[in-house]
Design a protein around this ligand. Structure first.
Ligand SMILES: Cc1cc2nc3c(=O)[nH]c(=O)nc-3n(C[C@H](O)[C@H](O)[C@H](O)COP(=O)(O)O)c2cc1C
Length: 193
């Protein structure tokens, strides 16, 4: 399935079909201007009480990038090692306004991450978020306190590369995926089990 073959069951802006998570990345660097644009897009995401609980810690070269790669599980490192930008998105656990637990922090950090992903698409970049990483090691390596933040997801950013360079099992999955039927995920009125 190519992006243009993703068939929506109702009209949507093309960006929702064209964003997908590749594993084949080219090693071409992402510029500072592009990075600024990505994190600027994330900055404007909605959040509960406008707390903006997300924290993106990333590395685009040298030691900063090298610090993140070993945090990924083997299966992710196998492809993400080529991506020029790696990072981890954290969510601040408590509200700054009153110290109470912010149970929406992960929701908000996901929204900011999607903003980043769509801005990346607009710049011709791809993103791939990953749950497969060592959270404890991420806190330690990136100096993000565990009592204040929760590590949500690692991510890779770059330009799409040659799928031929992926190992075979990944090459076969290197295409946009389909989705559940809309009726399974959006219900008018009351949910029926
Ligand atoms: C929170 C989160 C964790 C994910 N973890 C991984 C992962 O560890 N490894 C991986 O290859 N893909 C991972 N993915 C990518 C998903 O598999 C992918 O988004 C999903 O299959 C839908 O495909 P698409 O993003 O190409 O539309 C993750 C995505 C999200 C949002």
């Amino acid at each position: 399935m190519s992006p243009s073959e993703r068939t929506p069951s109702a009209p949507v802006a093309l960006q929702f079909l064209e964003r997908w998570s590749p594993r084949a990345f080219s090693q071409e660097p992402v510029s500072r201007e592009e990075l600024s644009s990505l994190f600027e897009a994330a900055r404007w995401a909605p959040s509960c009480f406008n707390e903006q609980p997300w924290l993106f810690v990333y590395g685009a070269d040298g030691e900063d990038r090298a610090r993140i790669e070993p945090l990924l599980v083997e299966g992710n490192r196998a492809w993400a090692r080529k991506a020029p930008v790696l990072g981890v998105v954290f969510a601040r656990k408590n509200f700054a306004r009153n110290g109470a637990p912010n149970r929406w922090a992960s929701f908000d950090s996901g929204a900011a991450s999607m903003s980043l992903a769509l801005q990346a698409l607009d710049l011709g970049l791809s993103t791939h978020f990953m749950g497969g990483f060592d959270e404890a090691a991420a806190h330690e390596a990136l100096n993000v306190p565990r009592d204040e933040f929760e590590a949500m997801a690692a991510f890779a950013i770059g330009r799409r590369g040659d799928p031929g360079e992926l190992e075979q099992s990944m090459r076969e999955r290197e295409r946009p995926s389909d989705r559940k039927d809309r009726s399974e995920v959006a219900v008018e009125g009351r949910y029926r089990t």
